[in-house]
Design a protein around this ligand. Sequence first.
Ligand SMILES: Cc1cc2nc3c(=O)[nH]c(=O)nc-3n(C[C@H](O)[C@H](O)[C@H](O)COP(=O)(O)OP(=O)(O)OC[C@H]3O[C@@H](n4cnc5c(N)ncnc54)[C@H](O)[C@@H]3O)c2cc1C
Length: 467
Amino acid sequence: MANEAYDYDVLVIGAGPGGYVAAIRAAQLGLKTACAEGRETLGGTCLNVGCIPSKAMLHASEYYEAAAGGAMEKMGIKVKPQLDLDTMHGQRKDAVKGLTGGIEFLFKKNKIDWLKGYAQFTSNDTVDVAGKAVRAKNIIIATGSSVTPLPGVEVDNAKGIIVDSTGALELAKVPAHMVVIGGGVIGLELGSVWRRLGAKVTCVEFLDQILPGMDGDVRKEANKIFKKQGIEFKLKTKVTSAEVKGKKAVLTLEPAAGGDAETLEADVVLVSIGRRPNTDGLALDKAGLELNKRGQIETDHDFRTAVDGIWAIGDVVPGPMLAHKAEDEGIACAENIAGQTGIVNHDVIPSVVYTWPEIAGVGLTEEAAKEKGEVKVGKFPMLANSRAKTNHEPDGFVKVIADAKTDRVLGVWCIASVAGTMIAQAAQAMEFGATSEDIAYTCHAHPTHSEAIKEAAMAVTGKPIHI
Ligand SMILES: Cc1cc2nc3c(=O)[nH]c(=O)nc-3n(C[C@H](O)[C@H](O)[C@H](O)COP(=O)(O)OP(=O)(O)OC[C@H]3O[C@@H](n4cnc5c(N)ncnc54)[C@H](O)[C@@H]3O)c2cc1C
């Protein structure tokens, strides 16, 4: 497709999981490709300050708690762990360095030019990157998202008292009391890290339950499990201000429905109320593009924006803000640019909370499924799963939601130690249009946590074996 008038066939703006994957696929398909990234390393939010460093801290803190909290002793292993936070942070940084360096290697291997700097549109097919005009036949906007600020609460990661997720990954010491504003995925994951390492954690959530968007049963059960672990929840409560006073923060809380205010003192406050698309500084008006009411760039099913030759993917477009969704959109978008048929099935995007136990779901919640028609639901407790029971992991359940008439699986939800791994089979089954019977009659290895998915599928028609 090389065209003399253009510097590139494809220019990707942003090297997060959406952008870097789109760039690699475009190059694999023979397109002359560049990727503009303003950050010093490739990999975007996910690799630098998101999925990867948070999982590095979750993994390490899980081991620490298993040793410190008595879980190991139950299995006959007596240890007295000592926390070396610097080393824990060190392995987090190593993970990030290794993986971001890996993307740089893949760019070189695929002959993708990394244009270092922030890109700004000067017309519908040209951007300025670090003072240089770059013209491309196709431009993919993959600029991702950043933390949504909370009015009245000023984040200062350097000070380390009122922080966002990036600051919360890097705390130099374990806070005595951490207040997490927002009971979503990021708040619960990072709150869990510091609770495991010894902090008292209070989570303030505006809504009446944590984990908005997830299945109702899952939200309730997760709340119970986290409470048992020691996280205190203040639901239906809003934070109206947080002020730094000396080495502490003082928060003002009010009931969401209105009422008397109370104050709460914290050593660290984590603001995690959501993320918003990155579009500032792109000069989208020069390209002729507009944002929707939520500040996102709208696309059609092929990831084309309203302007010919400009495409958009990942957190900057509507849909769940997840790395794997961004990656799949990146692949599909590049394939569409190359004249192939790139498709993402947005009805089957799994989501995972990497706490202990993990929480995962794919497809519709029971509430959403019921709004669409009659459903049959099968549930199986992890307590009755031989592997979970043997491993001392009794918390959680699997729930399969199927269409009452066709038996087609509409959604699967799990709370289990390895729910994030288990959910992949549910996603694959749903992608192939499986019925609950298909899952129930698929042979699952024993003893595995995944057998709980089979049993929950059996429960849809009322015939699980182990309960
Ligand atoms: C703490 C945390 C934990 C998370 N954990 C998970 C998880 O476990 N699983 C999961 O699926 N998701 C997770 N996420 C969400 C995930 O990181 C995002 O959904 C994902 O990174 C989105 O990918 P993206 O490519 O759209 O954008 P991003 O990863 O945000 O990348 C966009 C890139 O574009 C660059 N950029 C922006 N504007 C410009 C410009 N004008 N010019 C050049 N470059 C620009 C930015 O510097 C950035 O590097 C987590 C997020 C956070 C914050």
